[in-house]
Design a protein around this ligand. Structure first.
Ligand code: PMP
Length: 430
């Protein structure tokens, strides 16, 4: 009873100081007090398996990150108005992970800011004003990138300079899995969007894309899809921005960056969330030509961007990804988890589709496998039942009927087993 009173009291206090819309997971919400690896502990002392948070990429409170942060903050934390070793080393190391001329960095503090700067760079370089984004994308909160984020809009309004692209969803979209040239068929929609901009007297400055199509429901790369869209955007004079805030740092397994799963090279790459394992750190990485164009029109400087402590955290994350072989782990454990969930399809008709790459998985729930009737209420019930089982996952997609499983990439086979069992038990109760 005391716990309920305390939750109610915290909600009241929160509404008073943070606004009436809570945007919390679960009802009643959870109050977490500590984290360790893939585990979170609530105020009641209960442990939860974190299968959702991609920010603590190398695990909550990883000792190497904590130590790097502590040592650096004890020594110096200042900005890039001074020369500093950490920011150079971090830029150089990021550069070695990316192909071609993607070597030049602008440092900010979040994914939103990184995308905002990427958009400004694209406008400066191309002289164009139009923007292209996926129809249910999310790229952040600034005014500029909010326009690229239909999934964040409560009104559904699209800004006049924006056009949206139909998501390459082979399960629910108009072209289905198994159709030949699925990727190219979907890519044709980019021509329509570009033509629509042209009718309004605009050319695209940039197309922004998350390689994991996370908010669109965690869509798997379709052969030739992004390559065709990139070609069409470039032919129309636009740049391609690879938003790696979700898909980056080996999340999708096999490769460091999500765009590599699509065999494309963006003109600008943005990173955030997992970069500092929870410490705010965002970076825009581009070519010298694009950066120089941008710097002709702005005296770019971000007070916290590229500070010694953030870069120390970023370097520690890169160390751990290498040392603990986490890209490989995302592939192996991701495949194991995906197969385990796929096997549940035999038992649970509610599961319509299991998809995703590495440790970014989507499980689409339907009440009718033929009609694909979205099981929205059941999705939220599964989330809550899994919470009762001590396993935290999320939901996603235009229709809110897709379970999102996106754990820290230190997730192991035994954690996958716990998650699969919890999902099985939750589905059995529906
Ligand atoms: N891009 C993508 C793909 C994201 O998922 C997010 C955050 N969910 C952002 C950008 C914005 O990042 P931030 O919240 O750090 O501003």
């Amino acid at each position: 009873k005391n716990a309920t009173v305390s939750v109610d009291r915290m909600i009241e206090r929160r509404k008073a100081v943070m606004g009436s819309r809570l945007y919390v997971f679960y009802d009643p919400p959870l109050h977490m007090v500590s984290g360790d690896g893939v585990w979170l502990t609530s105020v009641e002392g209960r442990r939860y398996l974190d299968c959702y948070n991609n920010v603590p990429h190398v695990g909550h409170c990883h000792p190497h990150v904590v130590n790097a942060l502590t040592q650096q903050i004890k020594t110096l934390n200042t900005n890039t108005r001074y020369l500093g070793e950490q920011v150079l080393e971090y830029s150089e190391r990021l550069g070695t992970t990316l192909p071609g001329k993607l070597k030049v960095c602008a440092f900010v503090n979040s994914g939103s800011e990184a995308n905002d700067i990427a958009w400004r760079m694209a406008k400066a370089y191309t002289g164009n004003t139009g923007g292209l984004t996926m129809d249910f994308a999310y790229h952040g909160i600034t005014d500029a990138v909010d326009a690229f984020s239909p999934s964040g809009s409560l009104t559904g309004a699209i800004a006049p300079h924006m056009r949206t692209l139909m998501a390459p969803d082979g399960y629910r979209g108009i072209h289905k899995y198994g159709m030949p040239d699925l990727g190219r068929l979907y890519a044709k929609d980019a021509d329509r969007a570009i033509a629509s901009l042209a009718e309004a007297g605009m050319k695209p400055a940039a197309f922004m894309v998350d390689s994991a199509f996370m908010t669109n429901g965690v869509l798997e790369p379709q052969k030739d899809y992004l390559a065709s869209v990139f070609a069409n955007v470039r032919a129309a004079g636009g740049l391609c921005i690879g938003d790696e805030v979700q898909s980056g740092f080996g999340r999708m397994g096999d490769t460091m960056w999500g765009h590599m799963h699509h065999d494309v090279v963006p003109d600008i790459v943005t990173i955030g969330k997992p970069a500092g394992n929870g410490h705010p750190l965002g970076v825009v990485i581009t070519t010298p030509e694009i950066m120089e164009c941008f710097l002709k029109e702005t005296a770019f400087f971000s007070t916290f961007g590229g500070n010694n402590v953030s870069c120390a955290a970023g370097l520690a994350v890169l160390d751990i990804i290498e040392r603990e072989n986490l890209i490989q782990n995302a592939s192996v454990t991701g495949r194991y988890l995906k197969n385990g969930i796929k096997q549940l399809m035999e038992k649970h008709d509610l599961i319509g589709d299991v998809r995703g790459t590495g440790l970014a998985l989507g499980v689409e729930l339907v009440t009718d496998r033929k009609k694909l009737t979205p099981a929205k209420n059941e999705t939220s019930r599964v989330l809550n039942l899994m919470r009762d089982e001590g396993v935290l996952i999320g939901s996603e997609g235009v229709l809110g009927n897709i379970l999102k499983i996106r754990p820290p990439v230190v997730f192991q086979r035994d954690h996958a087993d716990i998650a699969i069992t919890a999902l099985d038990r939750a589905l059995s109760k529906i």
